[in-house]
Design a binder for this molecule. Structure first.
Ligand SMILES: [Zn+2]
Length: 241
């Protein structure tokens, strides 16, 4: 937080005005994205290579481990609205499956669809809850391999996430997982810090600097508060009564 105030224009402004860092909302983050970059490393769309795939995969791997999934030696597919080439890292082949909701040109689907055999029997398939259901019937699609559901805090507030689910926020990434033996929402503690700020749960991403996210309040945070797992003694977001 000190570093954010020292180096990121958005937090400098907010802190100078009020002496505190009020929660950052999604709308505010969208409008002020350029001000969430540290000084001297602003976002230059044309030259910016984006977030390295290895960082994204390290985060996904941590969340999968928290949720009790083994990744070494098996393929992991992520259902995504955009394609990328497979990446080999941590003894795993990380691939993407194009979401059925994605707008793809027929020639793109053909090129990737025809050459890729699709997930094998031992593969993990990570997808948002809606992506695992047939859009027509609403039934869970039997993908064959092990499917891992990805839920947001807003969804977790409505329905208790299934054991083995991952916690994922569109803006923030993979932040935790739900082990089968306790069913609690474990935090990826080296990546995200949760605290109460004026009675509201806010999150700070500890490793992500471009953009820098401090005191973010995701939708659904009102139903959760930082706690410690009654079974494992590690940081969780516990359901508030
Ligand atoms: Zn636990």
């Amino acid at each position: 937080m000190r570093r954010a105030v020292a180096t990121v224009p958005h937090y400098r402004e907010r802190y100078a005005a009020t002496g505190t860092l009020p929660p950052l909302t999604r709308d505010e983050a969208g409008l002020r994205l350029h001000l969430l970059m540290p000084l001297g490393s602003s976002l230059l769309a044309r030259r910016d290579p984006g977030r390295p795939a290895t960082e994204h995969l390290a985060e996904l791997r941590d969340a999968l481990r928290l949720a009790g999934h083994r990744t070494g030696g098996r393929e992991v597919y992520e259902v995504s609205p955009a394609l990328r080439d497979p990446v080999r890292a941590y003894g795993t082949d990380w691939r993407v499956l194009l979401a059925t909701t994605a707008d793809a040109l027929p020639q793109v689907s053909e090129r990737y669809g025809a050459t890729e055999p699709g997930p094998g029997g031992d593969a993990l398939v990570v997808a948002d809850a809606g992506q695992l259901r047939d859009p027509g019937t609403g039934a869970l699609t039997a993908a064959g391999p092990v499917t891992v559901e990805r839920v947001t805090l807003a969804a977790a507030a409505r329905t208790r996430p299934a054991p083995g689910s991952l916690w994922y926020e569109p803006w923030l990434g993979h932040l935790g997982g739900v082990p089968a033996d306790c069913g609690e929402l474990h935090l990826s503690a080296s990546r995200v810090h949760a605290r109460l700020l004026d009675g509201a749960t806010v999150l700070t991403l500890l490793r992500r600097r471009r953009p820098t996210f401090v005191h973010v309040r995701p939708e659904g945070a009102g139903s959760f508060a930082p706690a410690s797992c009654p079974r494992h003694g590690v940081p969780i977001l516990g359901r508030t009564p």
